[in-house]
Design a protein around this ligand. Structure first.
Ligand SMILES: C[S@@+](CC[C@H](N)C(=O)[O-])C[C@H]1O[C@@H](n2cnc3c(N)ncnc32)[C@H](O)[C@@H]1O
Length: 235
């Protein structure tokens, strides 16, 4: 299938998902709307990844695959020789009845995507040990402070120097606090304007408005560095 045909197929699956929701959801009120990344943020994530020319992307948290489909669209659009989308989610089958993976398959993206059914704190060090180097990551997993912190610890070693890490729910106190360590101590810089008018996160209603945008993109330093422990900045 040609690249523009593949893109058309992905866009059709994305459009139907955004308009009609997934074929299956958990039995909770407005579950899809509450859980999934909104279409506009997904479009902005896709455009950012296209502008970076990504070949390998790591994603934490699949659920209903709105963000995964957008990442897949970016990888197909960029047309690098060996696109790879590595998705980590221990609960896709148990909690989500494979809804997200089935959507990726219906979009034809299972040819470039792989799903690791393990917690990110286990999968990421394994990927690092295998020598994975990725251009970007999208993190929308457990949202617990300690798990986000550990995800970022390993992603920092997996993402190439100058690569991107994009957070969902960046205004949630647990996520905000974990990210702040890396910004204040390890030279990560926010990419301004990557998510203009980003939808306020649903899990940060108690956070100040200016920090409550949903998605946040950060660039890793190039060259990378390890600061001396004496230069620790409380975060
Ligand atoms: C908010 S949802 C992701 C939504 C998804 N980005 C979308 O657009 O539909 C969070 C996901 O993280 C997964 N998750 C929870 N704990 C995790 C962990 N320790 N490692 C990886 N994924 C985890 C959940 O199973 C769930 O699928």
């Amino acid at each position: 299938m040609k690249s523009d045909e593949r893109r058309t197929r992905i866009r059709e699956v994305r459009r139907r998902l955004a308009q009609e929701g997934p074929p299956w959801t958990r039995d909770r009120k407005a579950d899809f709307e509450t859980v999934t990344v909104p279409e506009r943020d997904c479009d902005q994530l896709r455009d950012l990844l296209i502008s970076e020319g990504v070949q390998t992307v790591v994603e934490v948290g699949l659920a209903y695959a709105s963000s995964a489909l957008a990442i897949g669209e970016a990888l197909v659009t960029v047309q690098r020789p060996s696109p790879r989308h590595i998705i980590i989610d221990p609960f896709q089958e148990r909690d989500w009845s494979n809804a997200g993976w089935d959507l990726l398959r219906s979009a034809g993206l299972d040819s470039i995507a792989s799903l690791i059914p393990a917690p990110s704190s286990i999968a990421l060090p394994q990927l690092l040990t295998e020598g994975l180097v990725a251009d970007a990551a999208f993190v929308d997993g457990s949202h617990r402070f300690h798990e986000v912190f550990v995800d970022l610890y390993f992603l920092r070693k997996i993402i190439r120097p100058g690569g991107l890490i994009v957070m969902d729910d960046a205004g949630a106190p647990s996520v905000l606090t974990a990210v702040r360590y890396y910004e204040q101590n390890l030279g990560w810089t926010v990419i301004p304007g990557a998510f203009p008018g980003s939808t306020p996160t649903t899990v940060a209603a108690n956070v100040q408005a200016e920090s409550a945008t949903r998605c946040k993109a950060m660039r890793l330093p190039d060259p990378p560095f390890e600061p001396p422990f004496e230069e620790f900045h409380a975060f």
